[in-house]
Design a protein around this ligand. Structure first.
Ligand code: PA5
Length: 444
């Protein structure tokens, strides 16, 4: 496997690990037998085997057309309809992928906030250049993407006319119902499907994430190959040979031992958005019924100069999962400078990756000594293939740990609360009573 898991620095005793083993094995069985809570949302489980090949070919053709017609793709979506594509593009192309323009079009993400400045900045970046839009929303009524889509649709229609705009809009939505499905059919946009049995945070390797990834120049065949290898490996019922099961068991033990926060710490800025994706996956899946670990992400060594103090020495509520990438895309070494004014000559000639590795190892030991246990996930490299493997590793592991703590990891009832209040305050029809009650509370 190009993804490997190590729990030697978790500070656990053998009998503790032995104790959770049957629980983890039972959780894996419930997933594979599709008999646990939310089992109807397990469409991701065999996705790399069962995905719609005809649609996959259309995604590749659409990505090619976007690349031929446009310099920029605006991908519009929020939550599960946004995070995976952005995480994947930055994982493979790095944080400066849009500027480097090695392959594919520039991809900008809109519809994941309600900031006028953010939207205006994207319009400014596009300027007079040709662009296309991929609007992604299962329901079609989520406010943030709906607002952004109106804006970019209007811009497309002004620039290319109604007919021209149609050939540049791609809608990824429910196969049959919802506002966006209706609009796409009425207008004649090319459409892709958000599968019924796959929730938002498990959807990035369906059309939801694959179209922006492919348009941005990623090799989505390789992504699916990586995902397939993980899909086979993490079916293994043998506890000690299944890294997804082991990671789930370790997270469960951390929770049992009073840890409340998991920090996903990486040493590559290309993984910053992957950390955002991980936070949604973990928080929406486990944070319910008064339970769950609170997921946080950090980028080291940057954040060692901010939250590092707390991790070393603050409340002992934390553990870390370190995401370490063995091979970098480029190798740079520290130049020699005989004057040695900065005192760095001892490191001259070392590769920056060697220094990063020493920082990772030194930090791990320091944090463990300070009472923050460490789990380590090692990746060979940041590639299309390893992305597929890593995404599936987290999906499977999270599903197992969700069952171990006794929640339905596949629903997200808590996400609706803010939406109801916002609709009421905006005066959406049907929310009149809630509106007056909320306004009275705000005036107190
Ligand atoms: O994981 C989820 O279900 C959510 O994050 C949704 O993906 C998000 O709310 C967007 O929903 P929709 O695709 O219906 O616009």
């Amino acid at each position: 496997m190009s993804v490997r898991f190590d729990y030697r620095n978790a500070g656990l005793r053998e009998h503790e690990v032995a104790y959770v083993r049957p629980l983890a094995e039972a959780a894996l069985c419930a997933i594979e037998d599709r008999c646990g809570p939310g089992h109807e949302m397990l469409g991701w489980l065999d996705l790399p085997r069962n995905y719609d090949k005809e649609e996959f070919a259309r995604i590749q053709a659409a990505a090619k057309r976007i690349q031929e017609q446009s310099e920029v793709l605006v991908a519009i979506g929020i939550g599960g309809s946004y995070l995976g594509a952005r995480a994947g593009l930055e994982f493979v192309k790095g944080p400066f992928g849009n500027q480097l323009r090695e392959k594919g079009v520039e991809v900008y993400f809109a519809g994941s906030n309600l900031s006028s400045d953010y939207l205006e900045d994207i319009l400014h970046i596009i300027g007079d250049r040709d662009f296309s839009v991929n609007v992604i929303s299962k329901s079609g009524t989520t406010t943030e993407p709906a607002v952004a889509f109106r804006l970019f649709k209007e811009k497309l229609e002004t620039k290319y006319g109604k007919e021209g705009a149609k050939s540049r809009i791609y809608a990824t939505t429910d196969k049959a119902k919802g506002a966006l499905r209706g609009l796409a059919e009425a207008e004649g946009y090319e459409t892709f499907v958000v599968p019924d049995d796959i929730g938002g945070r498990f959807s990035c390797l369906s059309a939801v994430g694959l179209l922006p990834m492919a348009a941005g120049g990623m090799d989505i065949e390789q992504v699916m190959q990586g995902c397939l290898s993980a899909c086979s490996a993490y079916k293994n019922p043998s506890f000690l040979q299944n890294d997804a099961m082991l990671y789930a068991a370790m997270r469960y033990l951390m929770l049992m031992k009073g840890k409340q926060v998991e920090i996903l710490a990486s040493y590559e800025p290309a993984l910053t958005m992957f950390g955002e994706w991980y936070k949604q996956l973990m928080a929406e899946s486990e944070g319910k019924d008064g339970k769950g670990l609170f997921p946080v992400s950090a980028n080291f060594t940057t954040d060692l100069h901010s939250i590092g103090q707390f991790i070393q020495d603050g409340s002992r509520i934390l553990f870390e999962t370190v995401l370490w990438v063995e091979e970098t895309r480029h190798e740079l070494t520290v130049p020699h400078d005989p004057a040695n004014v900065d005192g760095l000559e001892f490191a001259a000639g070392l590769s920056i990756q060697e220094i990063n590795e020493k920082a990772m190892k030194g930090t791990l030991l320091a944090h463990v000594d300070g009472g923050t246990p460490n789990l380590v996930v090692t990746l060979d490299q940041l590639s299309d293939y390893t992305l597929g493997e890593l995404v599936y590793f987290f999906w499977k592991s999270l599903a197992i740990s969700g069952y171990m703590i006794g929640v339905n990891p596949f629903d997200q009832p808590g996400v609706e609360a803010y939406k109801k209040n916002m609709f009421a305050l905006l005066g959406k029809p049907g929310y009149e009573d809630a509106k007056s009650a909320l306004e009275a509370r705000l005036q107190k």
